[in-house]
Write a protein that binds this ligand. Structure first.
Ligand code: ADP
Ligand code: NA
Length: 328
């Protein structure tokens, strides 16, 4: 009998931005209510694939944890844990790596992009990162994986690896299915042609869930729009103002039409402040909770450790079977 099991991960990059919140975390909060078997992992091993200072990584793990707890992830409703505390992830990645051919990995666009950004001197870890992702998912015999569009190819790789394993060793892994986020991509406030991203070098491009009201106001005041002062929704020809409308709708829970109706008669300068206010209201309780949680480091560490203990209980028997199957 295949039970529904959801697996998803987040890289510890500190506090998330508005795009992460609306595109991923909000969905996680919903999903934890819908299944009794939901795993959310802070992917610290994945973080090592790009250069990181140890102290920064350590702090980011805690900040990310504080942020997602503050956003509503409840360790009583899911398994929230740190990836590196469950070493079976790495062990299974080794086994799955032995079933994955290198050319398949070399073709993945993310590898090409990230390798190019490192003078074409990408590491083995960067190349095999998607194999570790496959292990993250398959270690728990996960059936559903909430992903952004950018991760669809990696999930397909995980499916291929699972199939390859099943063919070689007998039917074992269920095929993990994508749960695609339906949220429209939130765009950079400085350049609505690109998505809001933590790696955007432009200042003021991304709103962080822990930003102060003053920072939020400043970022929206500087948001790029166009030369028309009316508020309309037309992503193709007016990407800047349409992005503001999308954000406004997403944080208030209203439809685009309702938001436009409410904003009739405002010029874009005034409208920016309305959107800023809606974001401030949405994030105020989250920001307070993040601050409170950040003051209790040992609590955060304990949450991740307790979660890892429970994740291990799920993983251990599955991994034992895998060992048997491959001949260890
Ligand atoms: P970033 O681009 O800031 O590095 P990640 O690639 O780590 O973000 O994405 C983490 C999650 O947040 C993914 O599920 C991704 O789809 C979602 N996400 C990231 N940026 C956005 C955005 N601008 N709009 C909507 N969802 C986003
Ligand atoms: Na749950």
């Amino acid at each position: 009998v295949v039970v529904d099991r959801i697996f998803s991960g987040i890289q510890p990059t500190g506090t998330p931005h508005l795009g992460n919140y609306l595109g991923a975390i909000q969905n996680w909060v919903k999903l934890q209510e819908e299944s009794s078997s939901v795993l959310y992992s802070i992917m610290d091993m994945h973080s090592l694939t790009m250069p990181k200072e140890p102290a920064v990584l350590r702090q980011n793990i805690l900040d990310t944890t504080a942020a997602i707890l503050a956003c509503g992830i409840d360790p009583k409703k899911c398994f929230l844990f740190r990836q590196s505390l469950v070493p079976e992830h790495a062990e299974l990645a080794w086994i799955l790596g032995c079933l994955t051919n290198v050319p398949r990995l070399l073709r993945l666009p993310q590898w090409k992009m990230k390798c190019a950004s490192q003078n074409n001197e990408g590491t083995v870890g960067l190349l095999t990162y998607p194999v570790l992702q496959a292990a993250d998912i398959l270690l728990y015999k996960s059936t559903h994986v909430p992903v952004g569009e950018d991760q669809v190819l990696h999930l397909e790789l995980a499916q291929d690896i699972a199939q390859h394993f099943n063919k070689k060793y007998g039917e074992f892994f269920p095929m993990p299915k994508a749960i695609l986020s339906t949220t429209k991509k939130i765009k950079s406030l400085r350049d609505p042609a690109v998505k809001m991203s933590k790696s955007d070098p432009q200042k003021l491009a991304a709103v962080n869930v822990a930003d102060s009201p003053e920072e939020i106001v400043l970022k929206f005041r500087k948001a790029v729009t166009d030369f028309t002062s009316e508020v309309t929704y037309d992503p193709a020809s007016r990407p800047g103002v349409s992005n503001l409308v999308s954000i406004h709708a997403a944080v208030t829970g209203l439809s685009i039409t309702e938001v436009l109706h409410q904003s009739a008669g405002l010029d874009t300068a005034r409208y920016k402040m309305v959107v800023a206010e809606s974001v401030i209201q949405k994030f105020a309780p989250i920001r307070n909770e993040i601050k409170k949680l950040q003051e209790d480091k040992s609590h955060l560490i304990k949450v991740l450790e307790d979660g890892a203990e429970k994740a291990k209980e799920l993983a251990a028997p599955i991994y034992q079977e895998i060992r048997q199957l491959v001949g260890f």
